[in-house]
Design a protein. Structure first.
Length: 498
């Protein structure tokens, strides 16, 4: 599903400006760190930055509001960033530019978002398959045309289709990606309409210059070769597998289009399987983005929609290290509302204002749950105490600790662990001593050898876990058996005993 603001794109995306311009070529913060360092749940949004349950100003693009909305999300994509947009002319080709003197200003605005959310990622869309009628000249040779020579409009949308199977027009979109990669404001690109199926290849096949599937694979391969590794590529696959594109792609936009009644079990299983496939087959770092759709007849905070939001959030958490969104599911610009999207919106429709709510979100309280980072395997079924797996029930562990690697072995004063690798729980601190001269307190063969079997292993961990809340074994002598004692045992796995 494509978010279409082509009346805006005409002005912003491919405009011939009448004033001096500045090419955007600025540095970029490390992308991998922002992917792996974020905590969960991790929310993304495509195109629509506003949140339906947050106060809405008259101008939703006013900067103080916009930056706070973007900072709520860990990943966003759209048509550009403030004054920085793609521009095209027959003489100069494709550029990512802004009015003179504003490129660094826009980078400063981007840094304001990072100050609120250091792990935020911002992508720009590349519309290789279609464009506004005024984006390129009418006689541009790469419009898709019917047998009569007329340009073809995308059914249900305002843009005209492009024959992206021509190698020459692929050059154009590769140059767009290169321009985005040179501009540190953007961390990657998003491309819609990604399908490697034979059915898709045959649709309008007699009008395209060549195979659409071959063209997609060629385009993404050429882009990856041109932009290198430290740049993200996300494509909209819905839930389709794309093995030929997989080596070049970091993530899928899993636009899991729903129904008026929600999602049957078979559809959820399809989503689970596709998400696991993307996690296993796409290139590192994976940034898979799962979007569920709400029941369009009910507000996003209705009990049923809250339930579906929890389903998609936990599905993302148990099956991926990715991002999640749950949106209204009201498709298209021409629609009727059974409920008021926001106060006064029905009056906006009454005077002829339209809008696309497809990807608009509600910020649920459980998005703020401090899960930390995943440590368990993906797609693992829950087992009862008797070891029986329950169909359709999944479990995954997350942790709120930090792993610290020191250049040499040191002893933690509180943990009494002597190693180069230590685990530090949240809201805690530790002092590490190098070559300590004071004797260590030892109450058994090794502090973490709870059962004195001369091995520190899962048996010791289980004994501490079973004693949580009690007084023994209180390894750090703080008066109670708690998570800190578990950390001591976990840190001691494989450590030399004295």
């Amino acid at each position: 599903m494509k978010q279409k603001f082509f009346f805006i794109l005409l002005l912003l995306l491919f405009t011939h400006l009448g004033y001096s311009e500045e090419i955007c070529e600025t540095g970029r913060d490390n992308i991998v760190e922002r992917v792996v360092n974020r905590s969960y749940p991790s929310v993304f949004v495509p195109w629509a930055h506003s949140l339906l349950n947050h106060p809405r100003p008259d101008d939703i693009h006013e900067w103080s509001y916009l930056k706070n909305m973007l900072a709520h999300r860990d990943l966003f994509w759209g048509g550009g960033f403030r004054s920085t947009h793609f521009q095209f002319s027959a003489e100069e080709g494709v550029r990512l530019a802004s009015p003179a003197g504003t490129a660094e200003f826009d980078k400063g605005l981007r840094n304001q978002i990072h100050a609120l959310n250091p792990n935020h990622l911002h992508l720009i869309s590349i519309y290789y398959y279609g464009a506004h009628p005024e984006a390129y000249p009418e006689d541009w040779p790469y419009w898709l045309r019917d047998k009569s020579g007329d340009r073809i409009q995308d059914e249900g949308w305002s843009e005209l289709l492009i024959d992206y199977t021509h190698p020459e027009v692929q050059d154009h979109f590769v140059q767009q990606a290169i321009a985005a990669a040179k501009c540190g404001i953007f961390d990657g690109i998003f491309m819609d309409w990604w399908d490697e199926s034979q059915e898709w290849d045959q649709e309008l096949a007699d009008l395209y210059h060549g195979s659409k599937v071959d063209a997609l694979v060629s385009l993404v391969r050429r882009i990856r070769e041109a932009v290198g590794d430290d740049f993200l590529i996300i494509v909209n696959t819905n839930t389709r597998k794309v093995p030929r594109s997989a080596p070049y792609v970091n993530g899928a936009f899993m636009e899991a289009i729903g129904t008026v009644k929600g999602y049957p079990r078979e559809r959820l299983v399809e989503i689970e399987n596709a998400l696991l496939w993307y996690e296993e087959n796409f290139r590192y770092p994976q940034v898979n983005c799962l979007e569920g759709w709400g029941l369009p007849s009910e507000p996003l905070d209705s009990p049923k929609n809250q339930q579906w939001a929890r389903v998609f959030t936990t599905l993302s958490l148990t099956h991926s290290d990715g991002y999640v969104s749950f949106a209204t599911g009201i498709p298209g610009s021409n629609h009727q509302h059974i409920y008021e999207i926001w106060e006064g919106h029905s009056q906006e429709h009454a005077v002829g204002k339209s809008g696309d709510h497809t990807h608009q979100q509600y910020w649920y309280p459980f998005y703020d749950a401090p899960l930390g980072r995943p440590v368990g395997e993906k797609g693992r079924r829950y087992k009862t105490p008797k070891g029986v797996s329950i169909e359709g029930l999944f479990i995954r562990e997350f942790r709120q600790t930090q792993t610290i690697t020191l250049p040499t072995s040191a002893i933690g004063v509180a943990s009494d662990v002597n190693n180069t690798v230590h685990t530090l729980p949240d809201l805690d601190g530790e002092i590490y001593l190098l070559n300590p001269t004071a004797p260590r307190k030892v109450t058994r063969n090794a502090p973490a050898d709870i059962n004195n079997d001369d091995a520190i292993n899962i048996l010791d961990l289980v004994m501490v876990a079973n004693a949580l809340g009690g007084q023994e074994p209180d390894l750090n002598a703080d008066g109670v058996v708690n998570i800190l004692d578990l950390v001591i045992v976990a840190n001691a796995f494989g450590a030399p005993q004295e």
